[in-house]
Structure formats: structure tokens, C-alpha cells
Design a protein around this ligand. Structure first.
Ligand code: ITT
Length: 196
């Protein structure tokens, strides 16, 4: 099966392909499908924003489409940046600076460093058939960034002593929010195929 991926984030493109292609699901980016859309993400939840993106690209292509809305929720910052993760400290601000500022904010709070990555994935097969799944990965905001793999907030998000940016792709996928959500999506798609 083939899915169009409704994203403009190259980090997500790499991870979707890495996770889904070994499971026999081919991923085509929205750009490859000839769609140049960046719908306004005005939802209040990851689920609402994932649906906005998946439906917009599904309606533009007429092809089964998947979208991911995700973010980093930091307890010391009352769950922020959350759904604002891409825009936090400014959309154009380099992650090196965003990561440094986020560590400083957690340090200044004096609170616990616990945090989680959340990914909500919506797959639109048709207007009537829409699948939703979510994955969560618990971790901590480190005292300093480490590693050069991954993307975004990976260098400051630590699980078991290593940052996400220090893991290789398969190690990240095995525990990440996106890896868990995509595993659930695969199970739902597989069950649908078997019932047909
Ligand atoms: P699209 O909407 O085009 O998919 P986006 O980057 O704007 O791309 P989101 O609105 O879902 O996507 O924002 C997700 C942000 O959360 C992302 O830009 C990163 O800052 C952060 N994020 C999500 N998953 C991440 C991961 O696995 N590693 C590091 N940062 C991540």
C-alpha cells in the first residue's frame, strides 16, 4: 500500500519511511504528490491539528494520506511547548538556540525535568474512514544538548542516559512517540486488510 505523507518536515519524512517501508507501506511525500500546502494548524490538540493536515492533503490528492502532529511537553513549563513546539521561540529560530533556551527555562523553574514527546497520527483512507493513533515517549530535559542525529528537540530529550540525538535511527524508532504511534497505525491497517 502507498500513503501520501502530509508534512513539510524532512525529519518526519525520514522517520516515516524508515519505519513504514520495512512493513510494506510505501511513503510518498506531499511534495512528490505535487501538493504544496501548509494548512493553518489552529487546533488546540495534536489530534485536531493532525486531522487538519491529513484532510487538507487527502482532499488535494484524493489518495490515502497520513499526517503527524507532535511535540514536546515539558512538566516544568506546564506542558509547553506542546502543540506549539514548531513555533516556540519563533519558527525560524535555529534549534540550537531553541534547545539552549528551553534548558535555561527548565533550570530557572527549579522544577523536575520530566517531559514527554507525543505524536498523534491521523490516516485518511476516505472521507468516511479515518484512523487515529497516538504514541508517547517519557523522558527528561537534559542539562546540556548531546548528539547530532535526529532533528528538532532530540539533542535535549534524554531517555535512559542518552539523548534522542545520540541514538541511531532504529534505536529511536523502537522507543519514540512516532515509532509507537506508527506501530499502532500499522496494526489498524493490517486488521482492515485482513477483514476485506
Ligand atoms: P508539519 O506540520 O509540516 O508536519 P512541523 O514541524 O510544523 O511539520 P508539527 O506542527 O507537528 O510539525 O510540530 C512538531 C514539532 O515538534 C517539530 O517541529 C519539532 O520541533 C518537535 N518534534 C516532534 N517530534 C520530534 C522528534 O521526534 N524529535 C525532535 N523534535 C520533535
Amino acid at each position: 500500500m502507498k500513503l501520501v505523507l502530509a508534512t513539510n518536515n524532512q525529519g518526519k519524512v525520514r522517520e516515516f519511511a524508515r519505519i513504514l517501508e520495512p512493513l510494506g507501506i510505501e511513503v510518498m511525500t506531499q511534495k512528490e504528490a505535487g501538493v504544496h500546502l501548509s494548512p493553518e494548524e489552529n487546533g488546540k490538540t495534536f489530534a485536531e491539528n493532525a486531522r487538519i493536515k491529513a484532510l487538507a492533503v487527502y482532499r488535494a490528492t484524493g489518495l490515502p494520506t497520513v499526517a503527524d502532529d507532535s511535540g514536546l511537553c515539558v512538566d516544568a513549563l506546564d506542558g509547553e511547548p506542546g502543540v506549539y513546539s514548531a513555533r516556540y521561540y519563533g519558527e525560524e529560530t535555529p534549534y540550537e538556540e531553541k534547545n539552549r533556551r528551553l534548558i535555561e527555562a527548565v533550570n530557572a523553574s527549579g522544577k523536575a525535568r520530566t517531559a514527554r514527546f507525543v505524536a498523534h497520527i491521523t490516516c485518511v483512507l476516505s472521507e468516511e474512514q479515518i484512523l487515529d493513533c497516538e504514541g508517547v515517549c517519557e523522558g527528561q530535559i537534559g542539562h546540556a544538548p548531546a548528539g547530532d542525529g535526529g532533528f528538532g528537540y532530540d539533542p535535549i530529550f534524554y531517555v535512559g542516559g542518552k539523548s534522542f540525538a545520540q541514538l541511531d535511527g532504529q534505536e529511536k524508532d523502537a522507543i519514540s512517540h512516532r515509532g509507537k504511534a506508527l506501530q499502532k497505525l500499522y496494526e489498524q491497517l493490517d486488521a482492515l486488510t485482513k477483514n476485506q
